[in-house]
Design a protein around this ligand. Structure first.
Ligand SMILES: C[S@@+](CC[C@H](N)C(=O)[O-])C[C@H]1O[C@@H](n2cnc3c(N)ncnc32)[C@H](O)[C@@H]1O
Length: 360
C-alpha cells in the first residue's frame, strides 16, 4: 500500500512552448559573436548538428574565463553563475519528444517527463543532464551487495561507490532484533530499503522530500516485486508516518550547506542546520521499545575542514536522548563526485552509527 505518492508529474526542467525571438546557430557561423549576444541576453537555437551546441558552450566558457579571472571562492562562484545564466539561453528544439538536430542522443526522459507536450524548446545544458541520467537509467547500476541492477530515476541521488552498502550489510548480517517494521528516511534510489528487504524486514515505510525519488522507487518496487514490503511517502522526515519502528534508517546528506538549497538532488548532498536536530527529535518518537536509529555517515566534512561540526557527535554531546551503541568505520577507496573537494583522500571514512534511546 502506498500512501501519499505525488499524483503524476515528476519534477522536470523548464521548457518554452511558444515561438521565441532567437538567433539560429549553424556550424559555419561566427561562434564568438553568437556567444557575445548570448551573454547580452539573446536566446540562441542550436541548428543542424548536436555538436554545434557543444561548440557554442566551449566558446562561452572561453569567453567568460577571460572576464572572470579571480580565482578566489567568490570569484569562481561568480564565474559559475554567469556560465549557468548564459548557457541556459542556448536552446534545442524538440518535436515529437525528440531532439531535431542531427547526430543527437536519443533521450527517453523527453517523452517520460513530458507526456502532456511534444513540441517545445529546452536548454542545451538541461539536455546534457538528461542524456547522462538516461544512460544511467538504461544501463542500470550494478549493486553486487544486492545482486541486482538499480535504475535511478531522473533527478534522483544514486550511489556511485559502495563502501557504505558493505558496511550496512555487515551490520544487517549480525542484527538479531525484530524485523517487523523499519522506516527509511531519504530513500533516494531505494538501495538501502532493498537491503532491508533482502535481509528479511517485513514492512518498510520509506520517505523522501524529492518527488522524483518516490516516483522512481515506486517503479522499482514493481519491477523487483517488492511492492508488498514497502510503503512510499513523499514528505519531510517522518511526515505522515505513524509507525513505531524496530529500525529507523537514514543516510543523510553529508555536508552542511553554505548556500540556499534547491529542491531535488541538492538536498541529497547538503543539509540545512536544523535537519539533524529535527531528525533526532522525531526519530525518538518513532521507535518501538527496543528500536534503534541507524545512520550512515562520513567524516568527509571534517576531512575538508577539521572545524566542521559532526552532527551525530553533537547530538550525543548536547542532548540526553540517545546513547551510542555502535560506531563502525570503513575506508573509502575509490574517488567520487562527493569527494572532489577533498584535500586528503586517505583519511575519508564512511561511518555506521547505531543509537538507542536513553532510559528516562
Ligand atoms: C545521501 S542521499 C541517500 C539516498 C539513499 N538512501 C542512498 O543511501 O543511496 C539522501 C536522501 O535524503 C533525502 N532527504 C534530504 N532531506 C530530507 C528530509 N528532510 N526528509 C526526507 N528526505 C530527505 C534526499 O532527497 C536524498 O534522497
Amino acid at each position: 500500500m502506498n500512501k501519499d505518492l505525488p499524483s503524476t508529474q515528476a519534477d522536470r526542467p523548464n521548457i518554452i512552448t511558444t515561438e521565441i525571438d532567437a538567433i539560429k546557430f549553424y556550424r559555419k557561423m561566427d561562434t564568438e559573436a553568437t556567444v557575445v549576444e548570448m551573454i547580452a541576453g539573446r536566446y540562441v537555437i542550436v541548428e543542424e548538428y548536436y555538436s554545434n551546441g557543444l561548440q557554442v558552450l566551449a566558446e562561452l566558457k572561453k569567453n567568460l574565463l577571460q572576464v572572470y579571472t579571480d580565482k578566489s571562492f567568490q570569484g569562481q562562484r561568480d564565474y559559475r553563475n554567469a556560465y549557468r545564466e548564459a548557457s541556459h539561453r542556448l536552446l534545442v528544439k524538440i518535436e515529437e519528444n525528440k531532439i531535431v538536430v542531427k547526430k543527437c542522443p536519443d533521450i527517453g526522459w523527453l517523452e517520460v517527463l513530458y507526456p502532456d507536450v511534444s513540441e517545445f524548446y529546452i536548454s542545451f545544458p538541461e539536455v546534457q543532464g538528461m542524456n547522462s541520467s538516461w544512460q544511467w537509467y538504461e544501463k542500470g547500476i550494478e549493486v553486487k551487495t544486492l545482486n541486482l541492477m538499480l535504475k535511478p530515476y531522473y533527478g534522483t541521488y544514486f550511489p556511485t561507490r559502495f563502501d557504505h552498502l558493505k558496511l550496512f550489510d555487515k551490520w544487517l548480517k549480525k542484527y538479531e532484533g525484530s524485523k517487523e517494521n523499519a522506516i527509511e528516511i531519504g530513500v533516494g534510489s531505494g538501495v538501502l530499503s532493498f537491503q532491508l528487504i533482502q535481509n528479511g524486514f517485513n514492512n518498510i515505510f520509506a520517505t523522501d522530500t524529492n518527488k522524483n525519488a518516490i516516483i522512481g522507487v515506486a517503479e522499482e518496487i514493481k519491477r523487483l516485486d517488492y511492492e508488498d514490503k514497502l510503503t512510499l511517502n513523499h514528505g519531510d522526515l517522518f511526515e505522515n508516518c505513524d509507525v513505531k519502528a524496530d529500525v529507523v534508517l537514514f543516510n543523510p546528506p553529508w555536508l552542511l550547506a553554505k548556500h540556499k538549497l534547491e529542491e531535488g538532488i541538492d538536498k541529497a548532498m547538503y543539509y540545512e542546520a536544523d535537519l539533524f536536530p529535527r531528525f533526532f527529535e522525531q526519530a525518538i518518537e518513532h521507535l518501538a521499545p527496543e528500536g534503534k536509529v541507524v545512520l550512515i555517515f562520513s567524516n568527509l566534512a571534517q576531512v575538508i575542514d577539521e572545524e566542521n561540526p559532526h552532527p551525530i557527535i553533537e547530538e550525543l554531546r548536547n542532548h540526553n536522548r540517545f546513547r551510542k551503541e555502535l560506531h563502525l568505520k570503513r575506508d573509502v577507496r575509490a574517488s567520487s563526485r562527493r569527494t572532489k573537494r577533498r584535500d586528503n583522500r586517505d583519511t575519508e571514512k564512511v561511518e555506521l552509527w547505531v543509537l538507542s534511546p536513553k532510559e528516562k
